[in-house]
Write a protein that binds this ligand. Structure first.
Ligand code: ACM
Ligand code: ZN
Length: 735
């Protein structure tokens, strides 16, 4: 008895973790059988209320993806049988089994019907036949979202529809539509026509990265907006695909477009144009009653367009500088016994919340809405990290986790030189796959974590093609973790992604990144420099230089700094994928160890004690992974050349990217020593541009560098009040 029970248990375990490569996200329980269902190009879907509602969409989907003809038919004739089961256990889950007789689906509501049909569509590998399978599936998280910023750049309804088509395939169920911001108001409000006649248009747009100096603008009128009719149609379009649209109307900050249209709503009442550059602006909605009444009127129209139970009210990055000086704001504070401007923001948002609650809606806001006290019924979208979300969950508020470190798809996904310009940061595919929205939450508060969301901010994404590139395939990794909490290994995920889903994206004409298939470079010191092993991202990958198979790159140490370049062609089987160009800076300290008294932050700490001598001199604009980042005001490290050496120049580059809270250090000190005990100071200076360094005849084994940044970012600058980040690249020593 005992043995057979054990075998049964083993069998159940195998069933539980059996995998099916072609379905994304991976279903929770899959059992493959030997049966086959032959259907000869036509599947007859049992006609009921739900299949009728989704029919036009799924008909087109099956036809487009596989040339399979989906028809509605009565129960007797059907090859896809539908059974609506009333269960409160899973609301979006479903069961699907394929036998020799056909397909049986059990589902509990329209969304779960959509999920089952998406799975069925992805199970089709042959337009005439399906393999036997039994799937029982349900999502780990109720909220599986994708956000798109349509203010910084405008995307047409057709483009958004195509994007929604893609996220529907991955069983996302929320589309967070960022409709208003400093750079453009994008939704028609009938009571306030200037919001779109003025607020939807800007006269200029920043060219290149925000941190680039001198700044340059394209002086061309740019903009657009969605009519209420168009937005309503999009709501219906998404609903048919199982997706709810959550609109965002930003308040009290990110309001420059609205204030350009109605300057009387700001504290200063000064006319200002719609913003043509990025960042955070001091001009926000004044807190006076008149402004809140205006916003309530706007929200009256918004809730008529969007039936979502939740409305996003923004709440992020709202400077208090104008509120602190504004007599109208002071009067509001006095009348309502408010002690400071954080409490004033809380008052503002609570007032808006009360209004929306009275209309049967709940508000969600970015985690800054915790400052000064959270509105009583608000949900929190935690973006600055997980901390805000954790705090909100402890207060028993519902939370959607969107921390920058896992969910900001405007970040670079690779340090490859061909990557299109992005805001900064570094979020490769594998990191997204490691996302856990409940990490750090005590068990008793887990139920407040509704799920997670990818945020796609579009300052640097002027076209939908670039949005797609940033979104895919990272959205697949996010879909996995939100559906099955990454139960399957990352390896299995990337192998099946390459085999099944990339060809589908290609067929759909989607612009996706293959950077996750680049060689993984593993660095080690060698006798005469550095060797990088080229690790395979998937089993079928291989690498070539001039048609010769490569497994590693060796970079030789040189006395005079010089660049050594390599072109590596990556292939999957016989298919050429892309050419990766690598440029390594060689010099006298290449491959020599560094002892860090101040450790680089774990997010920006590549190649350990070789991080500053690995030959990788970070480029500008930075792509996140090649620079070392520190979040301390004083940084100290010591290079060990391992033997007393003569050199004439030391040079370290630093970054200045205030938008990412990275500030150029203030000053530095360089010391040298032959024994690591007695050090001689050879340079003590302020920075000359972005450079730390010295040129003179030197002879030493040890080089100690101390770098000083401001203790805190000063008021008025991005990240004010926080420790600035310091980024450095390589310590280059040469003769
Ligand atoms: C945000 O990224 N400011 C929510
Ligand atoms: Zn004011």
């Amino acid at each position: 008895m005992k043995i057979s029970f054990f075998i049964l248990l083993l069998f159940l375990t195998i069933r539980l973790f059996a995998q099916h490569g072609s379905v994304f996200p991976q279903p929770v329980n899959v059992e493959q059988t030997a049966e086959k269902f032959v259907f000869n190009g036509q599947l007859k879907l049992e006609n009921n209320r739900d299949s009728e509602k989704g029919y036009a969409y799924f008909h087109e989907l099956f036809e487009r993806d596989h040339g399979v003809h989906l028809v509605l038919s009565d129960q007797k004739e059907a090859s896809i049988h539908l059974q609506l089961i009333n269960t409160s256990v899973y609301t979006e889950g479903y069961q699907l089994s394929i036998s020799g007789k056909g397909v049986d689906i059990q589902y509990s509501n329209y969304e779960s019907f959509c999920n089952a049909l998406q799975t069925l569509n992805q199970l089709i590998r042959d337009p005439n036949m399906l393999d036997g399978i039994r799937i029982s599936d349900e999502p780990a998280f109720a909220y599986r979202g994708v956000h798109l910023d349509c203010s910084r750049h405008f995307f047409t309804i057709a483009e958004i529809e195509s994007f929604i088509d893609q996220i529907a395939k991955l069983k996302f169920n929320r589309f967070h539509w960022h409709l208003t911001d400093d750079q453009g108001w994008r939704i028609e409000i009938k009571k306030y026509p200037k919001l779109t006649s003025i607020g939807a248009w800007r006269d200029s747009t920043l060219i290149g990265h925000f941190s680039k100096q001198p700044v340059e603008y394209e002086h061309q009128r740019y903009g657009g907006f969605y009519t209420q009719e168009e937005a309503k149609k999009l709501v219906e379009y998404a609903r048919i695909r199982g997706i709810e649209i959550i609109p965002e109307i930003e308040l009290p900050g990110h309001a420059r477009a609205a204030l350009a249209a109605y300057p009387q709503l700001s504290c200063t009442e000064k006319p200002l144009p719609v913003a043509g550059t990025w960042g955070v602006f001091d001009d926000v909605f004044c807190s006076q009653d008149k402004t809140r009444a205006f916003l309530k009127n706007v929200l009256d129209e918004i809730i008529e367009i969007f039936p979502s139970p939740v409305i996003h009210i923004g709440g992020d990055e709202s400077p208090k500088i104008n509120w602190n000086q504004c007599p109208k704001c002071k009067a509001v504070m006095e009348a309502n016994h408010i002690h400071n401007t954080h409490e004033l923001q809380s008052f503002f948002i609570t007032d808006i919340e009360k209004y929306l609650n009275s209309k049967g809606r709940t508000i969600i806001g970015w985690d800054e809405i915790l400052e000064g006290g959270l509105a009583p019924n608000a949900q929190v979208m935690s973006w600055q990290g997980m901390e805000g979300g954790i705090a909100a969950a402890r207060l028993k508020h519902q939370v959607v986790m969107t921390p920058t470190s896992y969910c900001y798809f405007d970040y670079y996904q690779s340090g490859h030189p061909s990557e299109p310009l992005a805001i900064g940061g570094y979020l490769p595919l594998e990191k997204v796959y490691q996302f856990d929205p409940t990490k750090g939450i005590d068990n008793e508060y887990r139920r407040y974590i509704l799920g997670g969301q990818a945020n796609i901010w579009t300052e640097y994404l002027p076209t939908i093609r670039l949005v797609e590139y940033q979104a895919f395939p990272r959205l697949l990794a996010l879909a996995e973790v939100l559906w099955n909490q990454g139960k399957v290994s990352y390896n299995f995920f990337v192998e099946s992604l390459s085999a099944y889903y990339l060809p589908q994206l290609k067929k759909d004409g989607i612009n996706f990144s293959t950077s996750f298939l680049d060689p993984v470079l593993q660095c080690k010191a060698s006798e005469n420099g550095i060797v990088y092993d080229l690790l395979k991202p998937i089993s079928k990958a291989s690498f070539y230089q001039n048609n010769e198979a490569m497994n590693s790159i060796a970079i030789k140490r040189t006395e005079v700094s010089q660049i050594q370049s390599f072109e590596i062609h990556s292939r999957i089987g016989n298919q050429e994928l892309r050419t990766c160009s690598y440029h390594f800076t060689s010099h006298l300290a290449l491959g020599k160890p560094v002892v860090f008294d101040t450790k680089p932050h774990e997010k920006y700490n590549h190649n350990g004690n070789l991080g500053l001598t690995d030959g990788i001199a970070g480029e500008k604009p930075w792509k996140g992974n090649e620079w070392l980042g520190f979040n301390e005001d004083t940084i100290r490290f010591t290079l060990d050349l391992e033997t007393v050496t003569k050199f004439n120049s030391i040079r370290i580059e630093t970054l200045n990217d205030p938008g990412s809270w990275i500030y150029r250090p203030e000053h530095f000190q360089i010391q040298i020593s032959s024994n690591n005990r007695k050090f001689k100071t050879i340079a003590k200076a302020n920075l000359d541009g972005d450079l730390i360094g010295v040129k003179k005849k030197m002879k030493a084994r040890f080089v100690r560098v101390t770098i000083y940044n401001k203790e805190l970012i000063p008021p008025g600058q991005t990240g004010a009040g926080f420790t600035p980040w310091t980024f450095i690249n390589e310590i280059i020593l040469s003769k």
